[in-house]
Design a binder for this molecule. Structure first.
Ligand SMILES: Nc1nc2c(ncn2[C@@H]2O[C@H](COP(=O)(O)OP(=O)(O)O)[C@@H](O)[C@H]2O)c(=O)[nH]1
Ligand SMILES: [Mg+2]
Length: 308
């Protein structure tokens, strides 16, 4: 059972949906071969909403194929929806082992929403009745500990932290050790988003991964990359760097509520072939949602009861 609120999702995707429905209503009438004008308009729309050039090219190809083959039974919007679902339907490589605790590392650059997301994921697991421990392994900024501690109190989840400047891998190790000793179900580790250089950050995160493996060889079971929806192609590049260094198992797209570029969700999966685990549609606790491809796709387009 996935945890999400349909109304929050609908609200969060409002800007993207408005963009798409305005654009789609201008073109794409009827099931016929597209004119060059319509193809350009379609491409422009998909790029505006940040679906990315690779997915957009793919759509144009599919559209041309369908219409030259006289498969006139669906509209362009339906075709786009179909292809979005197809693109998003990839399986996570994470081995869903039954080993406990289940260990999750949350990574990404500064300001994307890692720390708040850690608390929100903890909340989702708590709602499912799990015993959750979080680790404050962003030891580079003094404020990071405080911020996570405040969230932990709000969510009512236990937290392991050390002094600012402590070795982040040691914090992660301590958190997992404590979780094992006290039979926790889930461990979620917050990490730093910035060091002196990118290479330093990747080394530090790789070291943390190895530290966790000393206690549980299959850990971390998930490495989730947090992406701010408004960062576009730049964010996709960041994800590639993190993936090369760490092998990401999933992506969390935050701040979808603030942008009309909700297509980034499809863009990143299309390019990286890494599944979306959660999406953020606001700053409240319940605004982090477990990702459901079908529901997301439905909500991207104008829903029938919204028409006039
Ligand atoms: N509007 C909106 N804001 C978000 C979302 N997720 C996180 N934020 C905000 O982004 C800011 C940075 O978050 P933080 O967790 O400190 O980022 P970190 O530097 O990656 O740890 C905070 O003000 C969060 O409330 C979201 O889905 N929507
Ligand atoms: Mg943080």
């Amino acid at each position: 059972m996935k945890i999400f609120s349909l109304s929050k999702l609908r609200e969060g995707l409002q800007k993207t949906r408005t963009l798409l429905s305005n654009q789609f209503s201008k073109i794409l009438l009827g099931n016929k071969k597209l004119t060059d004008d319509e193809i350009n308009k379609l491409k422009e729309t998909l790029l505006l909403a940040d679906f990315g050039s690779s997915f957009s090219e793919h759509i144009i190809e599919e559209a041309e194929n369908s219409y030259t083959k006289n498969k006139l039974d669906i509209s362009i919007q339906e075709l786009v929806q179909q292809e979005i679902i197809k693109s998003l339907s990839i399986n996570s490589e994470l081995n869903n082992n039954l080993e406990l605790p289940h260990v999750i590392m949350v990574v990404g650059i500064n300001g994307v929403g890692k720390t708040t997301t850690v608390a929100k994921i903890a909340n989702i697991f708590l709602k499912k009745g799990k015993k959750v421990l979080i680790g404050a392994a962003d030891t580079f900024r003094a404020a990071a500990n405080e911020q996570l501690t405040i969230w932990a109190e709000r969510v009512k989840v236990e937290i392991i932290s050390q002094k600012p400047g402590a070795d982040p891998s040691a914090v992660a190790f301590d958190t997992l050790q404590s979780a094992i000793a006290r039979n926790f179900d889930v461990v979620i580790i917050d990490t730093a988003g910035r060091l002196h250089t990118k290479a330093n950050l990747m080394n530090e995160l790789s070291k943390m991964k190895r530290a966790l493996k000393k206690l549980i060889p299959t850990a971390p079971h998930e490495i989730l990359f947090v992406l701010d929806a408004s960062t576009g192609q730049n964010g996709v590049q960041q994800a590639k760097i993190f993936n090369d260094a760490l092998r990401l198992t999933g992506i969390i797209v935050t701040k979808l509520d603030g942008t009309a570029k909700g297509g980034i969700v499809v863009n990143i999966v299309h390019q990286l072939k890494i599944p979306i685990s959660y999406i953020g549609v606001g700053e409240q606790l319940e605004d982090l949602q477990e990702f459901d491809a079908q529901t997301y796709t439905n909500e991207l387009f104008k829903i029938p009861d919204e028409v006039n």
